[in-house]
Design a binder for this molecule. Sequence first.
Ligand SMILES: [Zn+2]
Length: 280
Amino acid sequence: MPGKILQSRKRLIPIPIVFLLFSAASADIPLFDAHLHYNAEDAAAYSPGEIVALLKSNGVQGALVTSRPPDRVLSLQRRAPHLILPILGVYRTSAEKQTWMHDAGLPARVQRALGSGYWRGVGELHIFAGERRNPVFLQIVDLATARQLPLQMHADPAVIDALFEHAPEAKVLWAHAGAYPFPPLLRDYLERYPGLFIDLSVRDQRIAPDGELDPSWEWLLLEYSDRFLVGVDTYRTERWGAYAEVASQIRHWLAQLPEEVAEAIAHRNASRLFDRGADD
Ligand SMILES: [Zn+2]
């Protein structure tokens, strides 16, 4: 059992030495941030140059960024084409976060946008169980899946089931470890759907309460180390100001995992999912 192996290793090595080894490994582990927003209000506060500098100074080597309105992120992407992977948001206004699935014109707009070839995924889509068979939602699933683009989903488990029932070949990035971020539930979903990947943004306190990796999370991360991604999630403009602090929290719990698992979750899984070839 990997968890037990880790614990027994911890018992054999004096704690200060382990801490030093982990700190050295964690301080510079590159991150691929799988969950960022650069909305109009963020752009009013931070220029594309400032955001790119912030990401680079935090050792970020890749970033999935979505925006409202959808095109806003392209100004950021033009500034650092290799660093920023633009994800097609579907909200033009904040109100559309609640109403998008009732906009019959949306699939045509998404189709047109995807035709540009700029976009590396679609999302973040916020949707609850009651809307899981919504036709606008399922059309967007089809449009993304036809282009093998991942869908970034902020969604209940029932939505994930409906999505894969509709499009078994879909690729899904389940934001924030889902609406019910409990390891036994996530294990079931990872086992059931090979196209499912999980972004751990804003769950750092659950994964590592007060900084120490929770054993049930540790076990899950070891077991499915090829299916998790990390993210800061700049859901509010102030969150960009806290970027360095959150990135260091993420590195702190990553450092409690074996190095190859930490590297996979920190950046390799994202590079593979988004077809970036070797990390560079
Ligand atoms: Zn988000």
